[in-house]
Design a protein around this ligand. Structure first.
Ligand code: CMP
Length: 142
């Protein structure tokens, strides 16, 4: 248990924007995150579905695919250690904008919508970073 906590702490240090959380916020975050191992080819998010989880990549490579009319599915991005995904549906309340797939075996930290809003969106700096990334991603999918 204590080992799990220190592993989680060191994984979270890879995520730049967590520096703006204070100790009690960081503790709350650590207690709310659930670790999930992933396998190559596993689909984590399906475009069009309703979303209730936010994901932080502890380890591994994940590809992002968007349906684009006649062109079918297009790979629009690759994400890895310290990146996050799944923020859009939670912020906009719209269906998932893309399909996200594991490219190799990895490890994700999952945060439920209620805790994402309580811990991350309530922090001004983090909320600003998430909103900025979201806007860039949305623009690049057009
Ligand atoms: P969401 O729409 O909730 O679910 C799919 C996720 O894929 C989305 O949130 C983003 O986190 C991620 N995503 C969508 N488009 C891009 C993109 N162009 N670049 C990186 N990530 C993206």
């Amino acid at each position: 248990m204590a080992d799990d906590m220190s592993m989680l702490r060191s994984a979270l240090q890879k995520v730049d924007f967590f520096y703006s959380l204070n100790f009690s916020e960081l503790d709350m975050l650590i207690k709310s995150l659930k670790k999930r191992k992933t396998k190559k080819g596993e689909v984590i998010i399906n475009q069009g579905e309703i979303g209730d989880k936010f994901y932080l990549i502890g380890r591994g490579n994940f590809s992002v695919h968007v349906k684009k009319g006649m062109a079918g599915m297009q790979r629009v991005a690759d994400l890895s250690d310290g990146d996050f995904f799944g923020e859009m549906a939670l912020v906009t309340e719209l269906p998932r904008t893309a399909t996200v797939m594991a490219e190799d075996s990895g490890e994700l930290f999952v945060l439920y919508k209620k805790d994402f809003k309580k811990i991350l969106l309530s922090n001004q700096r983090i909320s600003a970073i998430i909103t900025e990334v979201l806007a860039k991603r949305r623009a690049s999918n057009k």
